[in-house]
Design a protein around this ligand. Structure first.
Ligand code: CTP
Length: 131
């Protein structure tokens, strides 16, 4: 398997769960360093997503993971190209619920979609808590 220098991935990571952890570990194994862009509360609001855990806390949790080198803030859909260029990333990775959605980034670095961990999501946790 090709070893990359710096991978980048994006997500909200609300109610951090093992599906998040496994994906981040898998991406980190593919590269020397993993940068993670965590969606801000304002960006989530634009997407119609309401988080339980505020941005600062979600970012602090992700930053504390041994497999994560750096956390950056995601404020809009457009920043990915400049994030990849400015941070010299050679791999962009996401879970396969995003399959094909970011293929336009292949102009700037390799793009991969990795299988999600089945049976867990923030949406499901929220639903179960409501029950
Ligand atoms: N992810 C994963 N396995 C899961 C859940 C999420 O690999 N069971 C991945 C997603 O594919 C994404 C990253 O984790 O690349 C961040 O996803 P995020 O949307 O923050 O988490 P979800 O649990 O999918 O949240 P939601 O239900 O609100 O979409």
């Amino acid at each position: 398997m090709k070893k990359y220098k710096r991978a980048i991935t994006y997500g909200t990571y609300d109610l951090f769960h093992v599906g998040h952890l496994r994906l981040l570990k898998r991406i980190a194994d593919m590269a020397d360093e993993l940068y993670v862009a965590v969606s801000s509360d304002e960006f989530n609001a634009l997407k119609g997503k309401v988080c339980i855990i505020p941005f600062e806390d979600r970012a602090e949790i992700v930053k504390a993971l041994a497999c994560v080198k750096k956390v950056i803030r995601e404020d809009n859909w457009e920043q990915k190209i400049s994030d990849i260029k400015d941070n010299h990333c050679d791999l962009f990775a996401m879970g396969d619920d995003w399959e094909g959605k970011f293929d336009f980034l292949k102009e700037y670095c390799d793009v991969v979609y990795l299988p999600r961990t089945p049976g867990i999501s923030t949406t499901d946790i929220k639903k179960n808590l409501k029950k």
